[in-house]
Design a protein around this ligand. Structure first.
Ligand code: F6P
Length: 324
């Protein structure tokens, strides 16, 4: 392998820049060429490339977002689009690809790799932490800290006005952000996509905590929660079924995806970026580089994509105990 291309795709995540930097620097260290691909798979199709060297990635380890930009390419989902992408790579003498993103990115990458027998290694990056085979995805730690900081601020106003706040956090299919930020910020209730405890139970529990002396309450709701109601409908339901609180809703939204990566994410990005280049040099393909029990590991893309991310029952237990 002489020339490795790197791209970011799907929802951005803090730490993507640090991962690109690590890939570029590892290529430089091992005397390989490195090519940056702008706008994810769409840029691959359109040959939106730039040669990167060790100095091209200076001053980005601390920056949120991705300087290579990101897209969710519809064209890459077609055979024709992938064929064009392959031609772009061949025309530019690129012989391997590092894709930084989540399960959509890995699914596209795996399909491409199988169709054209092209070496691909993935780096897990999504604030949702919903990839199997790695303990952490890039961006998750930073997002968690952003969320906790935001909830702390909301708590100040909630307690000043004796209000109940419903706070929506990201997580379409995984409750990691909700459960961990909920524990970290001392939420009374946490609703996540992995379980549906029922809205009646929620009312009972809120009434109980009010009786026990609580004067304000925070409920963290993952966007993919399974109550069957969106956060505004939930607020109405609570309002109709208990008059103890004035209720407000706060949707944190995309602030969760921005900001400087935490030190944890920067170090993780550096380890995974180096791991990705070394895996390609060892002839590995269709794998993700992850972190398990503090060690850099290689995981089949199939496992990473299809694996089931389960509810951490111990975390749920701790949340229930500490919110009495
Ligand atoms: O990055 C993952 C995620 O944050 C999900 O939790 C969320 O549903 C989604 O991205 C929203 O992304 P976008 O606004 O880019 O479509």
């Amino acid at each position: 392998i002489k020339n490795i291309a790197v791209l970011t795709s799907g929802g951005d995540a803090p730490g993507m820049n640090a991962a690109i930097r690590a890939v570029v620097r590892a290529c430089s260290f091992y005397n390989l060429d490195c090519t940056g691909v702008y706008r994810g798979y769409q840029g691959l199709i359109e040959a939106d490339f730039e040669k990167l060297d060790a100095r091209s990635v200076r001053n980005i380890i601390n920056k949120g977002g991705t300087f290579l930009k990101s897209t969710r390419s519809e064209d890459f989902k077609t055979k024709e689009g992938r064929k064009k992408a392959y031609e772009s790579l061949r025309n530019n003498n690129i012989d391997a690809l590092v894709v930084i993103g989540g399960d959509g990115t890995f699914t596209g990458g795996q399909k491409f790799s199988q169709e054209f027998d092209f070496p691909i290694v993935g780096i897990p990056a999504t604030i949702d932490n919903d990839i199997d085979g790695t303990d952490y995805t890039l961006g998750y730690d930073t997002a968690l800290n952003t969320v906790v900081e935001a909830i702390d601020k909301i708590r100040d106003t909630a307690s000043s006005h004796n209000r109940l706040f419903l706070i929506e956090v990201m997580g379409r299919d995984a409750g990691d952000i909700a459960l961990n930020s909920g524990i970290g910020a001392g939420a009374e209730e946490i609703l996540i996509p992995e379980e549906n405890l029922g809205v009646e139970r929620l009312i009972d529990s809120l009434k109980r905590s009010k009786k026990s002396g609580k004067t304000s309450s925070i409920i963290v709701v993952a966007e993919g929660d399974k109550s069957g109601k969106n956060i505004f409908e939930l607020a109405n339901y609570i309002e109709e079924n208990m008059d103890e609180y004035e209720i407000r809703v706060s949707v944190l939204g995309h602030i969760q995806r921005g900001g400087c990566p935490s030190c944890f994410d920067r170090v993780l990005a550096s380890k995974l970026g180096v791991g990705a280049v070394e895996a390609l040099m060892e002839g590995k393909t269709e794998v993700m580089i992850g972190l398990h029990h503090k060690k850099v590991v290689t995981v089949d893309l199939t496992t990473a994509i299809k694996g089931e991310v389960k509810l951490d029952k111990e975390l749920r237990r701790v949340a229930d105990i500490t919110s009495v």
